[in-house]
Design a binder for this molecule. Structure first.
Ligand code: UD1
Ligand code: CA
Length: 451
């Protein structure tokens, strides 16, 4: 197999997004548009990956690095067209001799399989484009073919004749060219067209005039849907969610109301996991086999162990690690905390920067006071600890194994194993006081009325 290099065009600002953020940094299913494209590219195990960004797009470069550390970034200072943008990657690909695949950073649903088909075709013929039948071809470049079905030119909408505009077979923009053919063709591009741009698409016509035939791979229109505004971004999100719900159900998860559950691209769900209605999975969540995530829970950057039960109305934040069979109940927030196997925090709690040992029970209303306004501190709770309701654990603090904390306590220092900790005001009970109080108040009220 010929080696593959990927060039992702991402220099567009995306004016129609009306955003301070470069277009490819916008997210769908918790992943940037660029991230989606790079993930699809990764599947081809490319030898080189180059992202072409605009000036002042350090954030895009960082994003590319984060998703795909092997990716390099080059800057296109002036936006002179797609052909010019590809040319910017030439120095980075010096010495590369395989097939170059050009992708768009704002076409996020592209699949690895279509890319592989396209690359295979180009590996054989030297040049191949990915086309699709458009329901409404307006705005796209049209693919012009000869009698053998080879693509002989790509005509941009603005440069097309009325007959050419009637063609529904359109250019996705994604193209594969052998490196040896690509650079000489790009050097010959002109900009005598309606937009005055150096069009990448013109390599097809130039190649044809040299006797290079361009192969065609066809994919669905949905797969090459682009993002130009936030309405299209929402459409991409919806498409991805449909696909992820289906994938997780087919992999053995029960979704009682799939249309209300939102996944991230990287969500991992085990077998026999039950997910209730209105659950949101932010990035970085893994749920092990047999766990239950009940309705209205929100998870992000969290690991849920086998047969654990989360929610309803639970919030797991980054660094939450829930052990096997543990329970995290309603209105419980867990952040950067390890909850041991079988441990329970069933109601109304905040557990942050903490460790909770196996089998411990965290009573309703327990709060780890982890922050002093400057730093975060650890609350370390041993195994089989019983923390009574409405306890404040002022970190840094450590409760040994088997400790019992009386309800309503404020725990400000370490408690040794198997001790009772009780820290609350002395209770006073005054016999008959309430009855006397009512009598006195009622009498006063009656006296006022008479006046
Ligand atoms: C392009 C194709 C068209 C195709 C359509 C599919 C060309 C000339 N036309 O048209 O045939 O049907 O995509 O959506 O290629 N970009 C840069 N630098 C530039 C210009 C563009 O990085 O100088 C990037 C943009 O950010 C974008 C992509 O290339 O991601 C496509 O550019 P755009 O101007 O949107 O091309 P279209 O006119 O849509
Ligand atoms: Ca476009």
């Amino acid at each position: 197999m010929t080696e593959i290099a990927i060039i992702v065009l991402a220099a567009g600002k995306g004016t129609r997004m009306k955003s301070a953020l470069p277009k490819v940094m916008h997210r769908a299913a918790g992943r940037s548009l660029l991230g989606h494209v790079l993930h699809a590219a990764k599947g081809l195990a490319p030898r080189e990956t180059v992202v072409v960004v605009g000036p002042d797009m350090a954030a895009v470069a960082a994003e590319a690095q984060g998703v795909f550390p092997a990716a390099r970034t080059v800057v296109q200072e002036e936006r002179l067209g797609t052909g010019h943008a590809v040319l910017m990657a030439k120095p980075a690909l010096a010495g590369f001799t395989g097939t170059v695949l050009v992708l768009y950073g704002d076409v996020p649903l592209i699949g690895t399989e279509s890319l592989r088909r396209l690359a295979d075709l180009a590996g054989r013929s030297g040049l191949a484009v990915l086309g699709f039948e458009a329901a409404d071809p307006k705005g796209y470049g049209r693919l012009l073919r000869n009698a053998e079905g080879h693509v002989i030119a790509i005509r941009e909408e603005l440069d097309a004749s009325p007959e050419e505009r009637a063609i529904k077979l359109c250019n996705s923009g994604i193209i594969a060219v052998s490196a040896e053919r690509l650079w000489p063709l790009l050097a010959r591009l002109g900009n005598a067209n309606a937009k005055g741009e150096y069009y990448l698409t013109d390599v097809v016509e130039l190649g044809a005039s040299d006797g290079l035939s361009c192969a065609l791979a066809v994919c669905s229109e949905a797969e090459v849907a682009g993002v130009n505004d936030r309405v299209q971004l929402a459409a991409i999100e919806a498409t991805l969610q449909l696909a992820y719900r289906r994938r997780h159900m087919l992999n053995g998860a029960t979704l009682t109301a799939p249309e209300t559950v939102f996944f991230s691209a990287d969500t991992e769900i085990g077998q026999d996991v039950v997910i209730g209605p209105h659950v949101v999975f932010g990035p970085g969540v893994a749920v092990a086999d047999g766990a239950e995530v009940l309705g209205f829970s929100h998870l992000e950057g969290a690991r849920v162990g086998p047969s654990a039960r989360i929610g309803p109305y639970a919030r797991l934040r980054p660094g939450a690690v829930i052990g096997e069979g543990a329970h995290i109940g309603n209105f419980v927030e867990v952040k950067k905390a390890e909850i041991g196997p079988g441990a329970k925090a069933n109601h109304l709690s905040y557990i942050g920067d903490a460790r909770v040992g196996r089998g411990s029970n965290i009573g309703a209303g327990t709060i780890t006071c982890n922050y002093d306004g400057y730093e975060k501190h650890l609350t370390d709770i041993g195994e089989n600890v019983f923390v009574g309701s409405n306890t404040a654990l002022v970190a840094p603090v450590k409760l040994g194994d088997g400790v019992n904390v009386a309800a309503g306590s404020v725990i400000t220092r370490n408690v040794p194993a198997n001790a009772l900790a009780i820290g609350r005001a002395e209770l006073e009970v005054r016999d008959g006081w309430a009855a006397r109080y009512r009598e006195m108040k009622a009498a006063r009220k009656a006296a006022k009325k008479k006046v």
